[in-house]
Design a protein around this ligand. Structure first.
Ligand code: ZN
Length: 310
């Protein structure tokens, strides 16, 4: 089985055995020029070469799963993927034509959803069939797994936790056009924004005060050193995130919540901060849900893509 994770800069490709052993991993550059028309042919070429190298035939392959940075409908249709330059593309149809391989064995999904499936299969939530994953990077992505399956939704926007509206009084705009999205608080950019607000609102001493360019990493490092401004910032971030996760838990009642993305490198202190508020706001039956840091890193996408077709 092939698991492919298409990103804005690189295409990560994994060739797996059907029990999830990663046989080979490869990275290709994402050629976005000409509306990204080379992306699927490049993937097709990689698949053909890998099969030839391992002396396998197409009939030996269980399927091809692909994660894409955009909303993907259940039939694999991507409707405008700005990061790849794509307009409307049906990934299984196109790849099936290029490879002469049955399209029923090709599946496409949103990259954050696919990463959640990867963590649920072989990562931090291995063994859990009900999982929520939230990815804290430049933005906030999310994926919801119910009964071992990705919740895609009608528009392909299932699991867009980053755009859950958590502050109805926010005046600044999110990238999506709304105001008060979780992403404005819990992404790397959001954490910096919150830290700057906290600095402006208090007189507390802080290592952040003298910094010319505050980064999320600087805030998280200061947080671990108990810097009062960084602690106050992360308490607010933790409250927004823990509160949002508590609401989603009322809907899907996950066994495990996974925190991924660059911000999750902050580790256990971040988990503690989220868990404190999660437990405060969650419904009684869901309070003991475990919150853990993702373990597959950048490979979550290829694992999840492979699992999609198994
Ligand atoms: Zn938004």
């Amino acid at each position: 089985v092939f698991g492919i994770d298409v990103g804005g800069t690189t295409i990560k490709c994994g060739f797996f055995s059907d029990d999830g052993e990663l046989i080979e991993k490869e990275e290709l550059p994402t050629r976005k020029e000409n509306s990204g028309e080379n992306i699927l042919p490049d993937i097709a070429e990689y698949i053909k070469m890998t099969l030839a190298m391992h002396k396998k035939k197409f009939t030996d392959i269980a399927g091809i799963g692909i994660g894409v940075p955009g909303a993907v409908r259940d039939d694999g249709t991507v409707n405008k993927c700005v990061n790849l330059g794509w307009e409307v593309v049906n990934v299984p149809n196109k790849l099936s034509e290029l490879l002469i391989f049955p399209k029923e064995k090709i599946k496409a999904g949103n990259d954050a959803n696919v990463a959640a499936l990867g963590e649920a299969w072989k990562g931090a939530a291995a063994g859990s069939s009900d999982v929520i994953m939230v990815t804290l990077g430049t933005g906030v992505g999310g994926g919801i797994i119910v009964d071992g399956k990705i919740v895609t939704g009608h528009h392909g926007a299932g699991g867009e936790i980053g755009h859950a509206n958590v502050d109805h009084h926010e005046t600044e705009s999110c990238n999506c056009g709304n105001r008060g999205c979780l992403e404005q608080f819990a992404s790397a950019t959001g954490i910096v924004r919150m830290a700057k607000k906290e600095l402006a609102a208090s007189e507390e001493k802080s290592v952040l005060r003298d910094m010319e360019n505050i980064s999320a990493k600087a805030v998280l490092d200061a947080f671990k050193e108990n810097d009062p401004v960084a602690v106050a910032t992360m308490e607010k971030v933790g409250e927004q995130l823990g509160g949002a996760l508590a609401i989603i838990s009322c809907v899907t009642d996950p066994e495990t919540i996974v925190i991924g993305g660059g911000v999750s490198k902050a580790g256990q202190p971040l988990v503690d901060c989220i868990q404190k508020y999660y437990r405060k706001y969650a419904f009684a039956s869901c309070k003991d849900t475990q919150i853990v840091i993702a373990t597959l890193g950048n490979d979550a996408g290829i694992y999840g893509a492979a699992k999609m077709v198994l």
